[in-house]
Design a protein. Sequence first.
Lengths: 295, 296
Amino acid sequence: MSSLSVILLTGALVAAACALLGSFVLVRKMAMMTDAISHAILPGIVAAYFLAKGPNLIAGFVGAAAAGLLTVAFVEALQRSRKVTKEAAIGIVFPALFALGVLITSRFFADVHLDADAVLYGSIELAAEDLLLVGDRSLGPQALWVMGGLLLVDLAFVLLLYKELKLATFDPALAASLGFPPVWLHYALMAMVSVTAVGGFTAVGAVLVVALFIVPPATAFLLTDRLPRLIALSVLLGVGGAIAGTLAAFALDTSVAGAIASVTGLIFGLALLFSPTQGLLRRAWRLAAQLPRLP
Amino acid sequence: MDLLGLLTDYTLRNVLLGAALLGVVSGVLGTFAVLRGQGLLGDALAHAALPGICLAFLLTGSKAMPVLLLGAGVAAWLGALLLLWIVRQTRLAQDAALGIVLAVFFEFGLTLLTVANRRPDATQAGLDRYLFGQAATLVGENVIVMAVLAAIALLATAAVYKELKLLAFDPDFGSSLGFGVGPLSVALTTLITVAILIGLQTVGVVLMAAMLIGPAAAARQWTNRLSTMIALSAAFGAAAGVVGALISASASRIPTGPMIVLALTVIVVGSILFAPARGVLPEWWRTRRAAPETPA
């Protein structure tokens, strides 16, 4: 496979996986938790590499998921103590964990390639060069295997628990009385977000992961009122943005991650203006129609 | 190095001053942001500054700190206006708007940074120095710029103190008195942008969220009065800055920004646990003593 097609496919897979989970995250009003998680998994990965004595894919995932869940648990605990608000809790927990991660890295792993800029920027440009090796045989680009696997897991999660997730999101009290506690679903969703974020952030960088979790679902939210459509539209917009962004980056010879997020941002801007139901032009039009006419 | 040696060391003095200035300004402005439920604004705006830094460099070719900071400030400020506007005009919640501005602006900046780094006159332009907080590279000139920004922000806050107080506690009453909530919101956001400009070079983009939220969240535990909370918050911010910078200077390979944030985290957790009136442990102790003895 050519380098471009590997990058296109990787971007599309990350975008689809993020949009799938991001739709639920958005309607649950937890968008900034994805930002917190995608930064706070750094110490988890560092600790896992330390225990595994070197960069190890599986260990990295376990460490990241643990750090992600720890972030959620800390934020919830702070919030429940009622000493600080939810957003303050997020702002206290994730910088602390990120700082810890940076500190440990620079103190003990100065030679490991895991610095703060790499975490934020990602390196999707290299997706085609990092091959998955089993023994001596190469199975092709590792990012494709990882993100393809994650997308399947996310898809299975959403399909299997769709009804439960929907109920826990829109009517937590009923969900609890029917026997599936919303808290468990909440943690399960956040665990999926953490694992997807770690796969995504090694491929495209922490900030693009946040963009792909939030922007396509937010765009879809301006275009529809129904959850199934919201999810389908998010995935479509995310994948479309990833492909268009990658092509634009190659045409303009600039950062792929940057271009993908810029394109999704552009699509959001268009929806903001032209959405048939929520768009600003539509609303201005409606307002103008209500004005009394001159005699 | 002994303490006197530390305090007379040129580099360290700059770092200490920069960290303390950042702590005071973000402590004061963070108080209002946190009380309004906008603490994460700092996170979003710090990220949103990147395209401005790159554009300022691409347009002027200059890497002078005031030029780049002006670009950063304009971009962050535009990001903030866009954010306030999205929240007001659409049904998207504030946290979604924060995430959108944060990620899209930052990544757009990344495309520009790639372009900037390709220019022949840009020897790895060093633009990201303004984002990842390399306090150790602060020179006297940087600290002077920071001090000027800090003075402007603090004086402006003092000038509109009464209005900001109304905005934090009772925006409806404020608007009924004729204070435009919109303009005041914009004013507060502008001041927060200034705090971020000071922070970018000291602690960096990711950790800026902590500098705005941490001191105020800790101060809130000790008092119910706004004026006391502001003073405490400034003191906590400065203390975290100075302690973090000192620890980082005392051993090798301890980055300053993360150390400042960890020092701040200790203050926050300590306050939440031990503050006399609101702390978790004093509260637990009081309920335990108040509980009637279980009959045998």
